[in-house]
Design a protein around this ligand. Structure first.
Ligand SMILES: NC(=O)c1ccc[n+]([C@@H]2O[C@H](COP(=O)([O-])OP(=O)(O)OC[C@H]3O[C@@H](n4cnc5c(N)ncnc54)[C@H](O)[C@@H]3O)[C@@H](O)[C@H]2O)c1
Length: 308
């Protein structure tokens, strides 16, 4: 089986690429190295083909059996700085859709729980998107286009709405990394963690290993559609910091400031019924085990990002 992973030098993509290699797939990674780093692929670098290009360069690749599309600018502030990224993300996605139809291969792509911003939890796939930022604006048409290509040309696809993904190999994302990584880094550097508000905002955390499993299950499934990939349980920032402190056996310096962000979301929590019942996906990593594994990884690095 041949797989293409766009964004495969990034946080989630590199974990997908590694699992695929371990499962015996022949893997091509396409990544423009915007936030990714080839270091994330060092364990499998001899076993994969690496193409340092934009995701749309998939057009020149030979036939694959499955495409995992993670290669899009991955954080909301990037789109605030450059709204043209919305158009670029959609244009790249159309190249990927056309490639998958032409080569009759399944497409599994990253979408986002930010689609639900503004709704009270639990967040269910049938909710009509309430888009509040450019990053999410780019996601919704991707989901719509995948459905259109399915209706018009029989595209096989699963779009996965990731919730808050945490784990190891996030250091190249720096200030765009998940809060778990940022809390651990502050703890390791013994520097002050800035918290917007009182820390009572809640996030549905899912370990990157579970996200990889969801991708592989989706790739093998005969089902098409949009699926949540979350745990179905949310934790406050204060609870998450407490778990990191227990694992690190040290207090993390904190500073609570007034939240400067507009359209900030207080609670994010997945309804996991559809992905469980239709895809057969259920996360298995316990939060404390996942945080501990991430901590063990970051602890052995020579340095971790020192971000504001
Ligand atoms: N991490 C999360 O919690 C989370 C939550 C929801 C959605 N997502 C989405 O999942 C995907 C992967 O996220 P991640 O956390 O691994 O982020 P990441 O920044 O580590 O990974 C994105 C990768 O794609 C590459 N890339 C960006 N634009 C590209 C392009 N046009 N062509 C080729 N490569 C490109 C980057 O260099 C990077 O390696 C992204 O689409 C992100 O928006 C992530």
């Amino acid at each position: 089986m041949k797989a293409i992973v766009t964004g495969g030098a990034g946080f989630i993509g590199s974990h997908i690429a590694e699992r695929l290699v371990n499962e015996g797939y022949s893997v091509t990674v396409i990544d423009n190295l915007h936030t990714g780093d080839k270091k994330n692929l060092k364990k499998i670098s001899e076993k994969i083909k690496f193409v340092q290009k934009n995701a749309s360069s998939i057009k020149t690749e030979g036939k694959a059996d499955v495409v995992f599309h993670e290669g899009i600018y991955s954080s909301s502030p990037m789109y605030r700085e450059d709204p043209e990224l919305m158009g670029k993300a959609i244009s790249d996605f159309i190249s990927i859709l056309e490639y998958c139809v032409k080569n009759d291969c399944k497409l599994v792509f990253a979408s986002s729980s930010s689609i639900y911003n503004g709704y009270p939890p639990p967040h269910t796939e049938t909710m009509f998107p309430k888009v509040k930022d450019f990053y999410t604006e780019a996601r919704y048409p991707m989901e719509r286009f995948a459905d259109l290509f399915n209706q018009m040309y029989g595209l096989k696809y699963c779009g996965l709405r990731y919730f808050s993904v945490y784990g190891d190999k996030e250091e190249s994302k720096g200030k765009f990394a998940n809060m778990v990584s940022q809390i651990i880094w502050k703890g390791l550097l013994d520097k002050e963690l800035i918290i917007y508000g009182d820390g009572s905002q809640r996030r549905d955390l899912i370990n990157v290993g579970d996200v990889v499993s969801a991708n592989i299950i989706a790739a093998k499934s005969g089902e098409n559609g949009i699926f949540n990939v979350g745990n179905g349980k949310s934790y406050t920032f204060n609870e998450i910091i407490g778990m990191v402190e227990d694992i690190m056996q040290r207090k993390i310096k904190r500073k609570n400031i007034e939240n400067p962000l507009k359209n900030y979301v207080d609670v994010v929590e997945a309804d996991t019924a559809k992905s469980r019942e239709i895809l057969g996906f259920s996360p298995s990593v316990k939060i404390k085990d996942g945080i501990k594994a991430a901590y063990e990884y970051y602890k052995q690095l020579k340095k971790v990002p020192d971000i504001l």
